[in-house]
Design a protein around this ligand. Sequence first.
Ligand code: MG
Length: 396
Amino acid sequence: MRIAVLIVAAGRGTRSRDDGASRAAPKQYQPVRGVPMLTRTVGVFLRHAAVTHVLPVVHGEDLSYYAACILPDAKLIAPSLGGASRQASVRHGLEALASYAPDRVLIHDAARPFVDAVVIDRVLAALDAHVGVVAGVAVADTLKRVDAGGSVIDSVARAGLWRAQTPQGFHFPAILDAHRAAFAAGVDDLTDDAAVAAWHGLSVFIVAGSERNRKLTTAEDMAMAEQDFPSALLPEVRTGTGFDVHRFATGDAVCLCGVRIAHTHSLEGHSDADVGLHALTDALLGAIGDGDIGQHFPPSDARWKGAPSHLFLADAARRVAALGGTISNVDVTLLCEGPKIAPHREAMRGRISEVLGIAVSRVGVKATTTEGLGFTGRREGIAAMAVATVTLPGAH
Ligand code: MG
């Protein structure tokens, strides 16, 4: 079953910028609890096991903001450009998805970053029995009809009234037909896809959404989101460890933590054999539970022959960033009788800080001998240990 997700992120977000900061990024690119809203929203769907394709629809002027906050992912399709209305933006996205022939599509607002797998699963499950399914919340407040002067005219019975949220899920061919028909008929101002479906005569079913899944529209919403749901969104601190060994071979220099050091031998390995960066790469991958260096860069792959190991480290850092994570600190210990590490320690810290994009104060490099004991003591090779601490946004 192919399940595509279309994320509508083409709005101008002007309502959240009532402080006059007109040059600020649109709200979907602004941070919510430290992570850009769109990064959060896209991440929820990328991490959902049933989702096979994710297509964001963005405004043409926002591509640089998009590139800065969304990293490549196997499920992610290059963004489509939005249209003059929300309805047009969704239609552009659906047309772009058509070549992937999804069975189902979930259409979701970028401005609802706190959607979760429970709501997504409810919509997907109901799609087995219905052609269109909307997440929503039954109205609990008493509703008043008010005149232009602010006087209450009467109460409106709330029985049977729901606030529609997203995701709104559909059998893909049906909603594509509905959007095409509405476009052909010149109907272009429907504010959600359930309305487009209903306009086309499709029946739409509603399932429970959640209060957390509310739309962040105004500056006040953004400010409230910073304070809400503390327990669910507390940052999560992760640690990972790495260990590596490379054997000495004939040569005149070693590469350690990204620094070339003249020595009586070289280190043997498929890449540049930088034992320090290999241990550190594994520590970062370990912290996010994303395999190890050998899985992502197999020695059997000729592309990595002689490769500088900073490429592996940068890839691990990208994987952390793709989860909205930040690297709090890293610490590497090199175990060898020689070469002497101390004279190169600051260069190594600087190089690691550069590759990871973190302050030098967050990078530790240390070395020890093993008192002549074991393989490092016999100068047969160099070992390295590393630890990394990563902070992930909450709700992972
Ligand atoms: Mg290695």
